[in-house]
Design a protein around this ligand. Structure first.
Ligand code: HEC
Length: 375
């Protein structure tokens, strides 16, 4: 226990190059797959092991993929989940969908657009597979698929905790932009991201439980900041921002902002400069309300719901479909029909489908039914 705590601390202090070498613990993360479904590793804690292999359009390691399919055939039924991971080589999901169809493989491809999960897992080559324990967030094997991979899997199936076995791969190197962020500046890179995306809530009198109003505060919270970025928990209410349409009040961080935050934390959260841009921030009520409004957009959804009265409007939204559908009564008169059209317009204007998808996603995260079994 003590050892792993020390490892976590040294991981936080030692820098990204050592983030997985220094200790087995990778931490929790959340990624969207090539079909748009979110996978939060903490959700897989009912699985005994997770096995992850890099994927790239026309660059997946063929021998490694064969070996993975072989492991999958033998262990999938025993509580081992298998994933592919696109390490930011492609962000175009359709290209990945086509590549998988060509390979004839049906596995979720976790889209690591920022490369940050790949980095945390310590994977640098296309033939390096990772065996990950989704309940302790530790990796027990990293390297080419060989006898030791299977030993790591059976170890987890037997409930054993073992040290990381790391073997360097020989496959092609995975490209990354780590060098661009080799010397991030608190003043020029980090404080502006916090000021723009976090500080309106995380300030004295803000709605968040602690203030990020100085370099010291940001440093102190940096391990947590790393975690909420990798699990996409902050800023709150994130939506899939790669689906083509921009939503109003969208608060997601860009890929580059996420890279800067996590790599700065991995580098030990160094602070430069004499002036602290965060202590200099001032807030007007309106400014703060704008962001809070996004968080509370559910309020708009609620009032919309209150206005949807089938008696009055002669139509009601049908749930469980992927498009806006209004069901009206067969005996509807002219007013009812025009009311139903108005509701349809309202639904589209409020982008209610996205709101509901978000709410369902959040609810799923909190109330995973399998969690309740035996609880
Ligand atoms: C819309 C308001 C809002 C914004 C913007 C926001 N936060 Fe938060 N944050 C909250 C609230 C509320 C909580 C406490 C409840 C929770 O953990 O969900 C919180 C909690 C946290 C925590 C503690 C997590 C925990 O498990 O308790 C961290 C770390 C954090 N935020 C970091 C950030 C970072 C980094 C940003 C910017 C990239 C950010 N927040 C943007 C409202 C916000």
């Amino acid at each position: 226990m003590k050892k792993s705590l020390l490892l976590i601390m040294s991981t936080a202090l030692a820098g990204f190059s050592a983030s997985a070498m220094g200790g087995e613990r990778v931490g929790d993360f959340a990624l969207i797959d090539h079909l748009g479904a979110q996978h939060h590793m903490a959700w897989y804690d009912d699985q005994r092991a997770v096995v992850i292999l890099p994927q790239g359009v026309d660059s997946t390691d063929a021998a490694a993929l064969d070996a993975l399919q072989d492991l999958r055939a033998r262990y999938e039924q025993q509580g081992v989940s298998f994933f592919l991971l696109n390490p930011g080589l492609q962000t175009d999901r359709e290209a990945v969908v086509a590549d998988l169809a060509e390979l004839g493989v049906e596995l979720p491809v976790l889209m690591d657009d920022t490369h940050l999960v790949t980095e945390a897992l310590g994977v640098t080559r296309m033939d390096e597979v990772v065996v990950y324990d989704p309940s302790s967030f530790e990796i027990s094997y990293r390297g080419p698929i060989q006898a030791a991979t299977e030993t790591a899997i059976t170890g987890l199936l037997n409930g054993e905790r073992s040290d990381l076995v790391a073997v360097a791969g020989t496959g092609s190197m995975i490209a990354n932009n780590i060098a661009e962020h080799a010397s991030l500046s608190y003043v020029n890179d980090i404080a502006p991201i916090i000021a723009e995306n976090c500080a309106e809530c995380h300030r004295e009198g803000g709605i968040a439980p602690f203030a990020m109003d100085s370099s010291l505060a940001v440093q102190g919270w940096s391990p947590m900041i790393r975690e909420v970025v990798l699990t996409k928990r902050m800023p709150p209410g994130q939506i899939d921002n790669k689906v083509g349409h921009k939503m109003k009040n969208e608060m997601n961080l860009s890929d580059e902002e996420m890279q800067k935050l996590v790599r700065w934390v991995d580098a030990g959260s160094p602070v430069d400069g004499d002036e602290d841009p965060l202590t200099a921030l001032t807030w007007t009520g309106r400014n703060a309300l704008r962001k809070t409004g996004a968080l509370l957009s559910k309020g708009a959804f609620k009032s919309l719901k209150q206005r949807i009265n089938p008696e009055q409007f002669g139509g009601a939204p049908l749930l469980g479909l992927t498009q806006n559908v209004i069901k009206a009564h067969g005996s509807s008169n002219r007013n009812h029909v025009s009311g139903a059209v108005k509701i349809a317009l309202d639904l589209v204007q409020h982008d209610m489908l996205s709101q509901m998808a978000l709410d369902v996603k959040e609810a799923n995260e909190i109330f995973r039914p399998e969690r309740l079994v035996g609880a």
